[in-house]
Design a protein around this ligand. Structure first.
Ligand code: ADP
Ligand code: ASP
Ligand code: MG
Length: 440
């Protein structure tokens, strides 16, 4: 059995949905098909939630109406048979009725998660009706019946495996098992999600839970590229990556993969393939356990980083100081990405500023604290790159007139990270593209 995940752009247009169905038709293996919401839907649902939260029901109502029109038009283009269209229309109407009811009740965090879940519920139900119209052998497995996270928001792989195996056994005769990416239940049993871009994570968790032969991530580009194609003009796909390299790239900003999506596949040794829905014959990127050969594979950038410096004249000589610093971050469940130390100061970065104020307040007991907002981590990733002198020379030789705020080298064998101000990012990625990859 394999897992095939299709992202927002891959399901975002009626002809793309049809194209996915034809891709599935060609499959020999039984497939668990994980779908995202149609592109733009989750963003729209976030806006609707925000408008309701600030009491702007008028804007929320307008956004709901616009979204509903989009879905109505989508259905008209997708279906040919009247009965299928009517069935899908009834489903869409029901979900929009739910959104319209939510508009009238008082806002809560839990309710906002219910709103966000509508995207994946809609896409999978619409796709299921389409498969039915095409006479395919399929079943819809509700993710809310098996995908769960614990009180620390960690997925519960053991329980996912048990529940999913039971569900699959009920549909052993089916060739296509459709399910929702992104959504799950939390420790309180409420509807929750795996954070933005979380359908990749769902796919990898499902692949791990059912020991799939492969986890295919189908998207709108032919694999992991050597640099961010949204920023740099010329990029090329990377044919092969190790799990470790892919995990570094995903964590440090390569949007093609959710930051946490590699570990389940890695832990359960499931190969991951990144493939292009628009060009199914393209090689894409294969991600496996094996190292993929030496050298730099790609660079990625992670935005919205906060750099915190704690300065104390008595600091580093005193043992136990770093423990006290780390305890503050632990208390607020805030993970640290980069860290550098000197005799008198320690600098570190975080990407989650939810508790920044409290963290700074507690750190001020230990020394003078300064915070730089709007920073970007640029990571250079490749197998054992920190052992290759040439790479370091080439890396720093590529950079001109870009002030580097921090460097992290040696923490991982496969990653060298540089912290720069956000306005230097484009510059730096372009310089690295030329200097490290010979691309303009
Ligand atoms: P999906 O909706 O299929 O999940 P995403 O938009 O989340 O797709 O991810 C695919 C996008 O990731 C690409 O269109 C591309 O713009 C962006 N991206 C950023 N960095 C990279 C990279 N290094 N390689 C490939 N794509 C990247
Ligand atoms: N629909 C969700 C999002 O847009 C999850 C995903 O697409 O992976 O973030
Ligand atoms: Mg994505």
């Amino acid at each position: 059995m394999k897992v095939m995940k299709f992202g927002g752009t891959s399901v975002g247009k009626p002809e793309r949905m049809k194209h996915i169905a034809s891709l599935l038709q060609k499959e020999q293996e039984t497939s668990v098909v994980v779908l995202s919401a149609l592109s733009g839907t989750t963003n729209a649902l976030v806006e609707i939630g925000n408008a309701i939260a600030r009491g702007d029901r008028h804007t929320a109502q307008q956004s709901i109406n616009n979204l509903q029109e989009h879905y109505n038009a989508f259905l008209k283009e997708l279906f040919t048979k009247e009965t299928a269209l009517a069935k899908a229309q009834a489903i869409v109407d029901e979900h929009f009725e739910f959104l319209n009811i939510i508009l009238k009740i008082s806002f809560s965090e839990a309710l906002s998660k219910d709103i966000l879940a509508q995207g994946e519920l809609l896409s999978t139900k619409i796709f299921s009706v389409y498969l039915e119209e095409q006479g395919e052998s399929y079943a819809l497995l509700p993710a809310l019946e098996f995908m769960s996270i614990d009180e620390n928001e960690e997925p519960q792989i053991g329980s996912i495996r048990i529940k999913l195996t039971q569900l699959l056994a009920q549909h052993a005769d089916k060739k296509i098992l459709v399910t929702q990416g992104y959504i799950c239940r939390n420790a309180r049993g409420e509807v929750d999600n795996l954070k933005r871009g979380g359908s990749d994570y769902s796919a990898s968790l499902i692949a791990a839970a059912i020991s799939a032969s492969v986890c295919e991530i189908w998207t709108d580009i032919d694999g992991m590229h050597n640099n961010d194609p949204r920023v740099v003009g010329t990029t090329r796909p990377v044919e092969q990556l190790s799990f470790e390299e892919a995990a570094e790239l995903a964590y440090f900003g390569a949007k093609i993969l959710h930051p946490a999506s590699i570990w389940p596949a890695q832990q359960y040794k499931i190969p991951v393939k990144l493939l292009n829905t628009m060009d199914p014959e393209a090689r894409g990127t294969l991600i496996t356990q094996e190292p993929s050969g030496a050298g730099v594979k790609a660079v990625a950038a992670k935005d919205h980083i906060y750099a915190i410096r704690i300065k104390s004249s008595r600091m580093l000589l005193a043992y136990g100081f770093l423990r006290k610093v780390f305890e503050v971050f632990e208390k607020y469940k805030t993970s640290i990405d980069m860290i550098t130390t000197s005799e008198v100061a320690v600098s570190l970065t975080i990407d989650n500023a939810d508790h920044l104020e409290q963290i700074v307040k507690e750190l001020e007991v230990l020394g003078t604290v300064t915070v730089d907002t709007d920073q970007t981590i640029v990571s250079v990733v490749g197998y054992r790159i920190n052992e290759t002198e040439e790479i370091i020379k080439k890396l720093f030789g590529s950079i001109r007139n870009v002030p580097i705020r921090m460097v992290s080298y040696g923490g991982s064998q496969h990653n060298i990270s540089l912290l720069v101000g956000a306005d230097e990012k484009v510059h730096l990625l372009k310089q690295l593209n030329k200097g490290m990859f010979g691309l303009d």
